[in-house]
Design a binder for this molecule. Sequence first.
Ligand code: SF4
Ligand code: SF4
Length: 123
Amino acid sequence: MSELLNRVIEYSGKNPYACYQCGMCSAVCPMIRYMNTPPHVIIRLLQIGAEHAVLSANTPWICVSCMRCVDRCPRDVDPGEVFEALRVIVLRQGIDKVKYEELYDVEEAPSMALIATSRKLTG
Ligand code: SF4
Ligand code: SF4
């Protein structure tokens, strides 16, 4: 098990290994068009230990924590909570991943996304 996956499990209390790739999380995600990697793919990348791919995806930063995926995940993997854990792990390394202009077109982004980004910037 990768170090990153260990920490995700520790921080989120969720187990990405339980995911069977049904894709429901990606199907219900309102932010998917801004993500360069769909939520279910991030979970798969965590399973196989592809840490660089996980950490270079914009997905956890685009996620607005609406928790639709949490409501619908049949395996209690809950990507929204996994993404919160990933953000905490990265922020604790002092890496500034959140820059509006690099995340999405600010003019077009839903206000929900901008509010969520502000929350992330202020911890
Ligand atoms: S909804 Fe849950 S089980 Fe289905 S792909 Fe997403 S994380 Fe995996
Ligand atoms: S919590 Fe994040 S990943 Fe899950 S549906 Fe909402 S925006 Fe998408």
